[in-house]
Design a protein around this ligand. Sequence first.
Ligand SMILES: Nc1nc2c(c(=O)[nH]1)N[C@H]1C(S)=C(S)[C@@H](COP(=O)(O)O)O[C@H]1N2
Ligand SMILES: [Mo]
Length: 324
Amino acid sequence: MHPILPSEITSEAVYLKRRDFVKAAANASLIGSIGSIGGLATLGAATVVPSAEASESTSPLAFQKTAYGAGLTPNTFEEITSYNNFYEFGLDKTDPQANAGTLKPKPWSVVVGGECEQKGRVPLEDLLKGIPLEERIYRLRCVEAWSMVIPWVGVPLKSILSRFKPTSKAKFVKFTTLMDPKQMPGQTRAVLDWPYVEGLRIDEAMHPLTLLAVGLYGKTLPNQNGAPLRLVVPWKYGFKSIKSIVKIDFVETAPTSSWMQAAPNEYGFFANVNPTVNHPRWSQASERRIGSGLFAARVPTLSFNGYADEVASLYQGLDLRKYF
Ligand SMILES: Nc1nc2c(c(=O)[nH]1)N[C@H]1C(S)=C(S)[C@@H](COP(=O)(O)O)O[C@H]1N2
Ligand SMILES: [Mo]
């Protein structure tokens, strides 16, 4: 979905694949030697070994189950953690899992500022203190027309934001991802104008569906999914759900998100999932559900990604074909 020339994409993809291949070869020989030491003949190349980087850094969380997503079948942990968009670690879907080991999600703090009474840097533990973690199973619909179902663990964003006492001038909330090319090597390439920025209208940010996620499948977020803290806005295209957040600002005017800035004719501020408004380069009427198999039929995309009953009223009087 990025705006650089196809020729550049190809050369970068080839470069990254070559690097992945070297890594994969190294991993394969390591697994092979462990297998032979342990005498486990069944530990062949086809055995699914969860990403070392991901599984080593995740730890169990205490959380409450909720009714959100009852009836949805989640994707597997393996699918959710091996098919990602996180351009700070490369452009291919497998790059974040392969490369995000350099991200250090602990210790972590978030700087809160702008139009609010309580400002400052807050350690992540303090930010979450006293707010019970909930599990919510949500659909994720990427603007590229693939989708997943993910069992997030997190807190309603509203419960965090209200602690900072936003003023009446706080009409929007701006979110910023970590900027550190040492931890996020993709930031050395001018794919986007780093750091990654996203925004919500204040009523969207305060909506009960909007989640600040710290985990998935009952464990802390794997790095490739936006550790340690990421936004989840289930009725909007996935790019709104910004990862590895270090800054939250209450602002008076609509922030320009990274994707609006990169390609304003393709990506808008609202980015509500809408099967009747196509992307300039592809249809948004249907989607490919990850894990459903190579030859599975595409499934129809739902208005507001299936959350219309909860959120459609936020946009009354807005021409959703114009404000995409
Ligand atoms: N900082 C940052 N956040 C990001 C992205 C990114 O490249 N960088 N990609 C977005 C896109 S396009 C999608 S679809 C989702 C993917 O989330 P997942 O990899 O956890 O499924 O993250 C979003 N958040
Ligand atoms: Mo996406």
